[in-house]
Design a protein around this ligand. Structure first.
Ligand SMILES: C[S@@+](CC[C@H](N)C(=O)[O-])C[C@H]1O[C@@H](n2cnc3c(N)ncnc32)[C@H](O)[C@@H]1O
Length: 160
């Protein structure tokens, strides 16, 4: 199963980028032997439209272009469902075992996600109830993907 993270906005070179990339690299290496192919982060250009609704619509349209019809979509949003790491790993393992080919995780921009994306999403996932800047959301999901891979492989990185 190919996994891609899409994120509205750029992450400039610097310590946040390094930390996110470190976990994504670890996830790519650990996931490869588990049938999880990490295809990287797709950055969606932040819209400069006049209103928040227009900005969200434009950003969603850019994500829809990258979304295959059969792709599973997990939206990251503070109003979503909270899972523990083992449950998150379990969901990824089940999607892989069902033979899903593409899983996309999407981080929104400063205005969040368009309602059309919420309707399309298979899961709206919260990384806690507080609002994080998109850079931290990227780091957190990178670490949780790596952690999920270690849980699925039985590696002792995750200790319950
Ligand atoms: C600065 S936040 C945007 C907040 C925006 N005002 C809203 O109402 O959604 C940027 C992105 O980071 C991600 N994010 C921030 N906090 C999160 C959380 N607690 N759980 C999941 N994703 C989060 C979401 O993808 C969000 O769209």
């Amino acid at each position: 199963m190919r996994i891609t993270v899409f994120a509205v906005g750029r992450m400039k070179a610097g310590p946040e980028r390094e930390l996110a990339d470190r976990y994504f690299d670890r996830f790519a290496k650990t996931g490869a032997s588990l049938g999880l192919e990490f295809s990287g982060v797709g950055e969606i250009v932040e819209s400069r439209a006049a209103t928040a609704d227009q900005r969200k619509q434009e950003e969603a349209a850019r994500l829809f272009e990258a979304l295959d019809a059969g792709a599973r979509l997990i939206l990251l949003d503070e109003r979503g469902k909270m899972l523990n790491s083992a449950d998150f790993a379990g969901r990824i393992g089940r999607l892989r075992d069902e033979g899903q080919r593409q899983l996309i995780l999407a981080i929104g921009g400063p205005d969040g996600h368009d309602p059309r994306l919420r309707e399309r999403a298979d899961l709206v996932l919260a990384l806690g109830a507080m609002t994080w800047p998109h850079q931290l959301a990227r780091i957190l999901i990178a670490e949780q993907l790596y952690r999920a891979a270690t849980i699925l492989s039985g590696h002792p990185y995750h200790r319950a």
